[in-house]
Design a protein around this ligand. Structure first.
Ligand SMILES: [Zn+2]
Length: 253
């Protein structure tokens, strides 16, 4: 098998490892998945730096796979906004999101997610609640977020699933689809390489999720709305404040 084979489950991307609508976990590992995971890891860990050109022949030699899994992986990464393509110059690693974009993204998330929580929590959909508890348990099983993709992958995937469920709870297909296509958590995780990824941050995030989950369990829309806002404001504190300080050449905490 090709050299890119890593840990046994490293190739289960979030869209396949999360349970489907029927609750059945779909896990499929192919050479295409492994190539995708290997490239994703290099981009998020910045072995491939933001803006770097992605030459298909070079990557094919480097990962010892043919060009088709590389092309498939690049198309998937482009859909996730980690890679950009231009007509004549081919693929490159997407530039790192600016502090302004991250702030805009968080403001949008606060607006959309708090609205969905307000409407969705009172519905107390049993399937949504069961999946939210599953996502929470997966996050709780990760003791430390870390700064490398392999370390934080499970946490971020479960976190993204939790937030997608929260949006889905409102039952608005357009909002669900828009939110899914944003890949908000993935965009934010591009900052993890250079931030502190301590256990303190993981437990803080988890505590905030506990409050959201309790409000959903109670079917309390206003409480869920406030809990979501508090959590995303926490995210702003954890991520963007440091990023802005860093960008302005200030002191790092
Ligand atoms: Zn979260």
């Amino acid at each position: 098998m090709a050299r890119i084979l890593g840990e046994s489950d490293s190739a289960a991307p979030e869209r396949r490892s999360k349970p489907s609508a029927s609750g059945r976990a779909i896990v499929r590992t192919t050479l295409s998945d492994q190539t995708y995971e290997a490239l994703k890891e290099r981009i998020l860990d910045q072995t491939l730096e933001p803006g770097a050109r992605l030459n298909i022949d070079f990557l094919s030699r480097e990962l010892q796979v043919s060009s088709s899994p590389i092309r498939e992986a690049l198309a998937r990464l482009e859909a996730e906004r980690l890679v950009v393509s231009e007509l004549y110059s081919g693929y490159s690693v997407a530039p790192k999101p600016s502090a302004k974009y991250l702030a805009d993204l968080l403001n949008y998330r606060i607006m959309l997610e708090s609205h969905c929580a307000l409407i969705g929590a009172p519905k107390r959909d049993r399937q949504i609640l069961a999946f939210m508890h599953q996502a929470y348990e997966r996050m709780a099983a990760v003791p430390r977020i870390g700064t490398r993709y392999r370390q934080y992958r499970r946490f971020v995937q479960a976190d993204a699933w939790f937030h997608q469920l929260l949006v889905d709870s409102a039952g608005n297909e357009v909002m669900s689809a828009t939110y899914e296509s944003l890949h908000a958590l993935l965009i934010q995780s591009r900052l993890y390489r250079t931030r502190e990824g301590g256990s303190a941050a993981a437990s803080e995030v988890l505590d905030e999720h506990t409050v959201i989950l309790q409000a959903f369990d109670a079917g309390d829309g206003p409480a869920a709305c406030e809990a979501v806002k508090a959590h995303l404001e926490g995210g702003r504190r954890r991520l963007i404040a440091r990023e802005v300080v860093r960008a302005s050449g200030g002191e790092q905490r």
